[in-house]
Design a protein around this ligand. Structure first.
Ligand code: WTA
Length: 652
């Protein structure tokens, strides 16, 4: 039996509880309470020790933690470079170690293998080229690329010269890119000609042109990936391969302040436009390094695959900075999980001998539905640790993942975190456990979580409350929202004051240590693991000329977790028709991207509203799942309820 878990030891609250095997404990970096104890005794000292031990500094900090609520800083006075930590320091003994195994979607094309030495060279060349294009420390660079190694090269090249990158998911539309380019006043976009998804060519350069006309953009760098025909603008558009060709393979890394901004990542909140979450340099990297190393117990011979797209925070932390700072070998796959068939992921596991596999519940549910034969056809016995992230996982999906993919041998690490937290914050560690279906686990050492009721009192027992974090805040936590201080304070530091970080997730204690996260309590939904908000989709819908107003609510879905359902009121005189529904779906595709398109559009004559005119999305949510509707008499238009019940086929 390989390093793994032991079978059920306890059956508490009707949940099976798994503990690490002796073999797993022997291998694991953490196999006793000492880390937790050290962190509990003095969390600031704990993170100082981790930052010293894990990272290489040009100059160490003067002050470890400085707090001016709700602002805080880690490692003040320290000088460091993220790209140096992900590359240069590995060159001495890992120059020829594979950093990235890249698997193209097309099975006829060859995989690419990039060693740490080669990655260093390519990052330096591109960093030099960026400088020549006028990109300086503090400038913003918009990254609009699919899953090709140039994406990691770009991130590291930006980090090397101190430019701030902002990745935009390649399946988002050009309009989305434009919003983010304008908000961040990016100087440069890096994109590619095109790429294939499930065999179909996606013309990415064409989408990026929508944003390239923004006044701040000076250049667009194009990676040649697909070879499709593209239109270029003389003087503005440049080919990646041409600008890097003659650049030297050395580029001195910028000595960054620990608290300089490393990147922005736009993420959905409760208002229409996504907000630019700010992550700093040293705090973020400390969290990325240690969570990667300890959550996934990454040793030198491990092969790590995090399936997340770089467009999301999971792709940043566990598909780039985490594994590369640790000096691990990681896998990057360009395409869809079902291409050319549902065995693709498992053939990749077999091909590269993946030992640690990290994915999302939506993918797990999909694989479960497609049948075990896709997995059993392949040899997946190399896997020793499984991870999951992005949304609550149900018992059935957890058990299936454990039994079928992990063959009853691998711990399932259910990691709870957010774009805002930079790295995982609640999960079991492989050598410690326990691994409990639906229960994420304990806070990562050095983080102080609690669960509060409405009034800010800690809840206990079986009660559900709101997940919060207390100071000192973990080094990976966001430092602000780009150009929007008010929103930063309103969103995270108003619910319980400036010294309590509000996560907007519901949670309850499983026992006195382990936490079960139940999901968002705001108007943010997770659609196939993607974070989208009601307001954002509503904004896209109301930009259609025939629409007066709309309400978008999530409906539970077996595979995708949640899907958006739209209720739309058309202008007087506009006829409701199937064609109109399609147009509205098309509008969302154009404004945001296919990920956000409503599963169903109901064209209705009105929406339930409070007397003050606020749309009662709660009513619509309950209606879709045949839940009790509650009191309708306080509504401005109570008669609308019976009408809507009929429209959606509500059964009491
Ligand atoms: C949800 C993804 C339950 C949660 C890293 C959170 C989870 C939101 C889990 C953040 C988990 C993430 N169990 N819920 N293991 N992981 N979530 O910003 O609602 O895309 O607030 O970051 O995903 O989503 P985001």
């Amino acid at each position: 039996m390989k390093k793994g878990v032991q079978w059920v030891v306890e059956d508490k609250k009707k949940k099976q509880i798994f503990w690490p095997s002796e073999e797993m404990k022997k291998i694991a970096y953490v196999n006793d309470e000492s880390f937790y104890e050290e962190a509990k005794k003095d969390p600031i000292k704990f993170w100082e020790n981790r930052a010293k031990e894990g990272l290489t500094w040009f100059k160490e900090w003067d002050t470890a933690y400085e707090s001016k609520p709700p602002y805080f800083k880690w490692f003040v006075g320290g000088k460091i470079n993220v790209s140096y930590n992900c590359l240069d320091r590995h060159l001495k003994d890992k120059k020829d170690k594979v950093a990235i195994h890249w698997e193209p979607e097309n099975t006829e094309e060859e995989a690419r293998k990039i060693t740490y030495g080669q990655l260093h060279e390519q990052v330096c060349k591109f960093a030099n080229a960026l400088k020549k294009l006028g990109v300086k420390k503090g400038d913003r660079v918009a990254v609009y690329l699919p899953m090709i190694p140039e994406v990691q090269i770009t991130l590291l090249a930006c980090a090397r010269i101190g430019a701030i990158h902002g990745v935009v998911f390649s399946a988002f539309s050009g309009e989305s890119l434009k919003d983010r380019v304008e908000n961040s006043e990016a100087k440069l976009i890096i994109t590619c000609d095109g790429y294939t998804r499930r065999g179909k060519v996606i013309e990415l350069k064409k989408q990026s042109d929508i944003a390239a006309s923004s006044p701040s953009i000076e250049h667009v760098v194009i990676v040649k990936r697909e070879g499709n025909e593209i239109a270029t603008t003389e003087g503005k558009d440049v080919w990646y391969h041409e600008i890097v060709e003659n650049e030297p393979a050395e580029c001195e890394p910028e000595q960054m302040d620990a608290n300089d901004v490393l990147f922005l990542l736009y993420s959905s909140g409760t208002t229409g436009k996504p907000k630019g979450i700010i992550h700093d340099t040293a705090g973020y990297l400390t969290q990325a390094y240690w969570t990667t190393k300890l959550d996934f117990d990454l040793h030198d011979d491990d092969v790590f695959w995090c399936t997340a797209d770089i467009g999301w925070v999971t792709g940043h932390t566990y598909g780039c900075y985490g594994p590369l700072s640790v000096g691990a070998t990681m896998v990057e796959y360009e395409g869809g999980p079902d291409y050319p068939d549902w065995g693709r992921f498992w053939s990749i596991v077999e091909k590269f001998g993946i030992t640690v596999f990290y994915t999302a519940p939506t993918a797990i549910r999909m694989f479960k539905k497609m049948g075990d034969e896709w997995i059993t056809k392949h040899d997946v016995s190399s896997i020793r640790i499984l991870g999951t992230v992005g949304e609550p996982i149900d018992v059935e999906a957890w058990m299936w993942y454990f039994n079928t993919v992990g063959q009853g041998r691998c711990p399932v690490i259910d990691t709870w975190w957010q774009t805002e937290t930079g790295g995982t914050l609640i999960n079991a560690l492989p050598g410690i456990g326990p691994f409990i279906p639906t229960v994420a686990g304990r806070p990562f050492p050095g983080g102080t979580a609690d669960i509060y009721d409405d009034r800010g009192h800690p809840v206990s027992g079986e009660d559900t409350g709101y997940l919060v974090f207390k100071p000192p805040f973990v080094p990976g936590l966001l430092r602000g929202l780009w150009n929007n201080e008010k929103k930063f304070i309103d969103t995270y530091w108003s619910e319980y004051g400036k010294e309590t970080y509000f996560t907007a997730d519901g949670a309850r204690w499983f026992d006195d240590q382990n936490i079960r996260v139940t999901g968002r309590v705001d108007d943010v939904m997770k659609v196939a693991g993607h974070r989208l908000s009601s307001a954002e989709i509503e904004d896209a819908i109301t930009s259609h000329q025939d629409v007066i107003e709309s309400a978008v609510v999530p409906k539970p879905d077996d595979i995708r977790g949640q899907v958006p359902i739209a209720f739309v009121v058309l202008k007087a005189g506009v006829e409701s028709s199937e064609g109109k529904e399609k147009e509205i779906i098309g509008q969302v595709r154009k404004e945001i991207g296919p990920t956000a398109k409503p599963h169903k559009v109901y064209l209705v004559k009105g929406l339930p509203k409070t007397r003050s005119g606020k749309i009662m999305r709660r009513f619509l949510r309950s209606m879709l799942v045949n839940d009790k509707l509650g009191d309708a008499t306080t509504l401005q238009n109570p008669e609308i309820v019976d009408y809507l019940k009929e429209v959606v086929g509500y059964k009491e």
